[in-house]
Structures are given as structure tokens and as C-alpha cells.
Design a protein around this ligand. Sequence first.
Ligand SMILES: NC(=O)c1ccc[n+]([C@@H]2O[C@H](COP(=O)([O-])OP(=O)(O)OC[C@H]3O[C@@H](n4cnc5c(N)ncnc54)[C@H](OP(=O)(O)O)[C@@H]3O)[C@@H](O)[C@H]2O)c1
Length: 301
Amino acid sequence: MTPRWAPFPSPYRTDFDKKDSDKTDPADTIRALGSSLKRDERMDLGLAGKTALVCASSRGLGRGCAEALAEAGCDITLNGRDAETLKAVGEYISGKYGVAVNHVVADVSTGEGQKALLAACPQPDILVNNNGGPPRKDYTELDREAILAGVIQNFVTPVELAKAVLPGMTERGFGRIVNITSMSVKMPLEGLDLSSGARAGLTAFLAGVCRQVAPHGVTINNILPGKFDTDRLKGGFERTAAATGQTLNAVKAASAAEIPAGRFGTPEEFGQTCAFLCSVHAGYITGQNILLDGGLYPAAF
Ligand SMILES: NC(=O)c1ccc[n+]([C@@H]2O[C@H](COP(=O)([O-])OP(=O)(O)OC[C@H]3O[C@@H](n4cnc5c(N)ncnc54)[C@H](OP(=O)(O)O)[C@@H]3O)[C@@H](O)[C@H]2O)c1
């Protein structure tokens, strides 16, 4: 595939002239830079003691948000469908950051799952709405059932959870809702029409609601990931490699080369942006769509 952008020289990429096998993964450099900061060198986000309900957070971007919020001093409720993974991640986060972490094994898209989440964390100060995305499919392959499932996953579920937590937030005079959506809200991506449509609907719905709750110290924002190094992205690369006969590394390299930053984003970077949007410093940011894409979306606005 011809890269749409020649990768720009970046302070993190000093190895363009090296053989592939000798190159370091730029994401590892980013991680090392982040973790080299001592705790007292990090910005105080004013979140110590707050409670955060982070949906779909045992892996990937949700986990990145949970960790960054725990690092900022929040008690965390984790969620996912695999009990063993959740238990291990919960123990890791509470051990590393010294905050209280509980977890709820549940499908967040179901009424029972949401009930269990709200029972475990009845009055969250922070809600991170996240879920699996619909599988990549051509629109011609989507029947009514699949369309409704996608809309429930990425529109109905986050709206229902926002509705459930907003009264408490407005009453207490502080609240943050961050929705993990997608770059596909702004830019059509082949095979992701259902994801784009449901998430664009969510964006429009909450654009009105956020103005209603703004006088009460509550903000609602969306983070739009471009390409992040998570299991979801890996699944897509594996499918492309199998379909085209290319190696996994070749598929990944071609995909990274399309991004002006020359690399994929990391869940840690994603989480830090989420934590900042939840912070006391971000009280005047609401109804915004924050694109995290290393420059992939090709527009000035
Ligand atoms: N990664 C990217 O570059 C990218 C780009 C654009 C949009 N997005 C969107 O961002 C969201 C997160 O993506 P990701 O890359 O972090 O995915 P991921 O690495 O596959 O992680 C998904 C997480 O959600 C949990 N999960 C999935 N379905 C769930 C359900 N029904 N109930 C509760 N938990 C559930 C998974 O745990 P279990 O499987 O154990 O339940 C896991 O913890 C997705 O909606 C994706 O479409 C991602």
C-alpha cells in the first residue's frame, strides 16, 4: 500500500535508516518517556478520592483510561466480560496506584449489566463510556438484527448510562462523562458504517444534553481514537494478513506509515487525555470531540 503521508521526522523516530529487525518500537519509547516521570512531576488533576466507573476496561483504551484515572487518585470500577482478566487487572491497578478498585463482570450493553455496574458504583463522579465496536462489515451484509445490536452497543448503552448518573452529578455540582467514540464519526471508514452512524448519533444526542448540565459543573466530551495499538486493531491486521498473504509485520508497518506521526497511539496516551478531560482543570471543556490520531485526519478543522 502506498503511504498517503511520508512519515514526518519525529523526535521519537531516530531509526529510519536502520534495518527493520534493529528498530525499536516507537510506542515503547513513548511508554518509557511517560513512565520516567516521577509522581510529583505529574500535573495534579484534582481528582484524588473521586470515583470513576470505566466501562469495558479490562484491556485496550478502556484500561488505559482506568489506569490514568487511578494514577490521578480515583477509586475505580472496572468492567469486562472475562472474570479472570478483570481480577488480575484490578489487583495490578490497586497495587500500583494504592486506590480502591472493584470490578463487575458483565456485558455493558445489557440492562442487567448496567444495573450491576451502577450497584457497584452508584454515584460515580466520572463515567467513561466504552464498549466493543461492531465487527467490520460491508453495509450490504448488515441485517436488521445486526444494525440494532450496533445501535444498542454504541448509542443506546452510553445514553442509558449517562441518564443514570447525571442526576447525581448535577446534584453534587461535579461530574465528568467521557465517551470513547471513533475517528469514523468524522471520516467514513470502509466497513465501519454502523460504528460511524451509532457513534455520530451519540455525539449529537449528548451535544444537547451537555448544555443542559453545564451550569452544574458537569461536562460531557468525546475522544475519537484514530489507530491505537490494542487487541481490536491487532484483529484487523491478522485478518488483512490472512487475506493478502502478507506478514503481520508488513501489514502493521503499512498501516503505521499512513499516520503522519509514523506510529500507532498507545492506550497510556489515550488514558492521560481522558484523565485530563476529567480533571478540575478541564471544567470549561464540554461538548467537544477530541481527535487522537497522530495527524491521520487530513483537515485543518
Ligand atoms: N483501537 C483503536 O484504534 C480504535 C479506533 C477507533 C475506535 N475504537 C473503539 O474504541 C473502543 C475500544 O477499543 P479497544 O481498541 O480498546 O478494544 P479492545 O482492545 O478490543 O478492548 C475492548 C475492551 O472492552 C471489553 N468489552 C468488549 N465488549 C464488552 C461488553 N459487551 N461489555 C463489557 N466489556 C466489553 C473487552 O473485554 P472483554 O472482551 O473481556 O469483555 C476489553 O476490555 C471500541 O469501541 C473500538 O471500536 C478503537
